[in-house]
Design a protein around this ligand. Structure first.
Ligand SMILES: Cc1cc2nc3c(=O)[nH]c(=O)nc-3n(C[C@H](O)[C@H](O)[C@H](O)COP(=O)(O)OP(=O)(O)OC[C@H]3O[C@@H](n4cnc5c(N)ncnc54)[C@H](O)[C@@H]3O)c2cc1C
Length: 438
């Protein structure tokens, strides 16, 4: 059963004396905001950009992510679905893109499952759900540091201003400042690390894509695999645009590990796929003449030892950045948002029902529980995501380009992500918190 939506926060039994600060308004931050709003929990979201915006092209959400959206607030999933593109077929289909252009393996994604959409359009739909944005959202606020006082936490922004809260949740992405504050800037886990994979992304007008590879291949999601590389294509924007992502294995270090992007070109993409099947070389030729290439970083080698410290925690990529290969990173952030919303609601109710209770200790216990219920699941996905890319690039010698062996190896990886009991996670967390309090 989805969680009930609290349409009127003024009737909430959550204390108005309990205030949550969210740092970052990407997928994780905005989902947390919407989950708190639905539960009547007072919050303010601080985002460094001048508005809600998403960098990048297309994205799709896995079944667990959709269930988490529904549990946050059914309106969240409905908003995603409004901007999602119809699936050509309800399958992931892997093609031998190198030699034969034939199907290696297909995996059912569920009815209307894993539909792709434009990131900007999905975020825009979610932003429309934020009630009283002038009260709850502050743009142009870059968190610099956080100080812990006897009562409040004080957030210091780079513009010299400050704000206070009872709890701070850093949803500030892969290069999270909040994670640095929790772990210390010298911790190897304070920064993400290069996975030796990089990618090129393009949004191609559909007429151009259809002219190159035909309607069937343009309106249906495919992944083309081969030695050391793969290309994913799926339609977005109501079948008006083909989202193309080419991922390559690298043998060199990324030139500047403090930067995600470097200048790239169509020539680099076409050279990387030279000698592949003509379907793939035609897709490679769809990239623009000049574009950025993106390094894929993650936190596999140096995971954060914990996602919480005192009354501060990190969620989404800020906690457990992962490669894109299972299409799971955004969904994990939404799961984090769901359990945090449930825990913050439980804390807020307790603050109102037991006056004089030590709010600080209560928040600290809730964040300990958050870490307990999220750590193992999220770390496992980070690890398995790297393995999935090795399979896509035919870099697992005992599997190689054998479709049957590939299917046996890849299916449990996706199912582990998708078949997760998001409602059970919230129930477990709230029960753990209650057990810690008695
Ligand atoms: C090529 C690619 C394809 C992907 N495809 C999928 C997919 O299909 N499905 C899926 O589920 N996932 C996918 N992912 C992963 C997904 O994009 C990420 O997991 C997700 O975007 C992370 O969201 P986030 O909100 O945690 O972080 P971010 O999106 O990075 O948001 C962080 C926000 O915090 C703000 N911020 C940063 N620092 C500060 C500061 N100091 N103060 C204030 N604000 C700050 C930023 O401006 C930003 O708005 C893909 C990733 C890549 C690279």
């Amino acid at each position: 059963m989805p969680a009930a939506t609290n349409l009127d926060p003024t009737t909430s039994d959550v204390s108005p004396d309990f205030r949550v600060a969210i740092i970052g308004g990407g997928i994780t931050g905005i989902n947390l905001a919407l989950g708190l709003q639905a539960r009547g929990v007072r919050y303010t979201l601080y985002e460094r950009a001048p508005g809600f915006r998403e960098i990048g092209a297309g994205i799709g959400f896995s079944p667990n992510a959709e269930r988490a959206m529904i549990a946050l607030d059914p309106a969240v999933q409905a908003a995603y679905k409004r901007s999602a593109n119809p699936n050509g077929e309800d399958y992931f289909q892997w093609i031998d893109g190198h030699a034969s252009d034939t199907l290696l393996y297909k995996l059912h994604v569920g009815r209307d499952g894993f539909q792709g959409g434009l990131r900007s359009a999905i975020l825009e739909e979610w932003a429309k759900l934020v009630r009283d944005p002038d009260e709850h959202v502050r743009f142009g606020k870059t968190v610099d540091t956080i100080t812990d006082g006897a009562s409040d936490l004080t957030i210091h922004f780079s513009d010299g201003t400050t704000a206070t809260a009872d709890v701070v949740i850093g949803c500030d992405g892969i290069r999270s400042r909040v994670r640095q504050l929790i772990l210390g800037s010298n911790s190897p886990a304070a920064s993400p690390h290069y996975t030796s994979k990089y990618c090129y992304r393009a949004l191609v007008p559909m007429e151009k894509a259809v002219a190159a590879i035909g309607e069937y291949k343009s309106f249906t999601r495919f992944m083309y695999n081969g030695p050391g590389a793969h290309i994913i294509t799926y339609p977005v924007g109501g079948n008006t645009v083909l989202n193309v992502l080419a991922v390559l294995s690298d043998t060199k270090p990324w030139p500047d590990p403090t930067k995600h992007t470097a200048p790239g070109s169509k020539g680099e993409v076409t050279a990387a796929f030279e000698g592949w099947h003509p379907t793939v070389t035609k897709i490679a030729a769809l990239f623009p003449e000049e574009m950025d290439k993106w390094a894929i970083f993650d936190m596999e080698e140096f995971p954060a030892p914990a996602y919480n410290k005192g009354r501060v925690a990190v969620a989404g990529d800020a906690a457990h950045a992962t490669g894109p290969h299972l299409g799971a990173g955004g969904g994990l952030g939404i799961e984090d948002a769901l359990v945090l919303a449930g825990l913050m609601e439980a804390v807020g109710k307790r603050v109102v029902s037991e006056s004089g209770e030590n709010k600080k200790a209560l928040v600290e216990k809730a964040l300990e529980v958050y870490n307990e219920v999220r750590y193992e699941r999220t770390q496992a996905v980070v690890r398995v995501t790297r393995k999935a890319c090795l399979l896509f690039h035919w870099q697992v010698p005992e599997v190689g380009d054998d479709g049957e062996k590939f299917g046996k190896a890849i299916t449990p990886m996706f199912h582990k992500v998708w078949n997760y009991d998001v409602e059970g996670m919230v129930g477990d967390a709230v029960a753990r918190l209650a057990a810690k309090l008695y």
